[in-house]
Design a protein around this ligand. Structure first.
Ligand code: NAD
Length: 251
């Protein structure tokens, strides 16, 4: 890195991925100040490597400009990581409000505050059209119709983030399914289905492709992106990257 990262603001830092982002940024030498901006406080963090008393939490709503401005002003970050999103299964309005309005608000506030760089946690779902994708890469365009409201708003937000690349350097990272300690969605919903006996139902030929990546690796990809943006490495700013273990599984 040309200069060490002094301060990072993790938007959505109280979430599943967010806590692993704290964990990964915590291990950098020298350690940056780590700030979290989230609508909720940090949950139980036992089992993580970081000392939660050293993490500065700014409770606020991404869709409220005044909350975002206050967090940026208190943290003076060189890197903002935006991994806030409503959980799966919510209505279209809430996805639009947080993913689209919230992301636009964050971009504007970052530009106004002259933040050097923004990393957006997008999703591999932005290119998913319901068909198996074999070895796709970042040249794959968005499908003409997104799978659902979650994916269509993740697409929209990703477009805004990448178009904003300029004085504010931006990058979008696209994990697919994320697994690991603290998962609130994938394994818990599989367990619920098993408990309800819903595993007897089969859709398709049982060979649907699915891509999952360990949460620590997804978090580490954000640290690598931060380092590359700080170095002004070519081919990073303004780009989207799939984040994967490179070995899709049959689900
Ligand atoms: P999560 O729900 O555990 O974490 C999201 C965090 O965002 C939560 O702490 C929540 O309180 C916060 N948040 C929501 N609305 C907010 C608002 N208005 N203002 C401030 N904070 C708000 O989700 P996660 O699984 O950790 O996902 C993190 C990111 O990764 C999301 O952007 C998601 O779209 C993306 N992603 C997740 C998966 C996955 O399998 N979990 C896969 C691909 C992409």
């Amino acid at each position: 890195m040309t200069s060490a990262l002094k301060s990072v603001l993790l938007v959505g830092g109280s979430g599943f991925l967010g806590l692993h982002l704290i964990n990964e940024f915590w291990q950098l030498e020298p350690r940056p100040e780590i700030h979290v901006f989230d609508i909720r406080e940090l949950p139980d963090t036992s089992g993580y490597k970081f000392d939660r008393s050293k993490i500065v939490v700014h409770v606020g709503d991404l869709t409220k400009e005044e909350d975002v401005k206050a967090a940026l002003s208190a943290s003076s970050p060189q890197i903002v990581v935006h991994s806030a999103s409503p959980i799966h299964g919510m209505g279209k309005e809430i996805y639009h409000k947080v993913n689209v309005v919230g992301t636009k608000t964050l971009i504007k506030c970052c530009e106004d505050a002259k933040v050097p760089a923004l990393i957006y946690t997008s999703s591999a779902g932005v290119v998913f059209n319901g068909e198996d994708l074999f070895g796709p890469d970042e040249r794959l365009p968005f499908p003409s119709k997104a799978m659902d409201a979650y994916n269509s708003t993740k697409q929209e937000a990703e477009v805004f983030v990448l178009k904003a690349n300029g004085a504010l350097k931006t990058v979008a990272l696209r994990p697919a399914g994320i697994f690991g300690p603290g998962d609130r969605q994938m394994i818990p919903s599989l367990r619920t289905m098993a408990e309800r006996g819903q595993h007897k139902i089969q859709l398709g030929d049982n060979l649907n492709l699915f891509d999952v990546t360990y949460v620590g690796n997804v978090a580490y990809s954000h640290v690598l992106a931060a380092q590359k943006l700080m170095e002004n490495a070519p081919g990073v700013a303004g780009e989207a990257f799939f984040i994967t273990n490179d070995e899709p599984i049959y689900f």
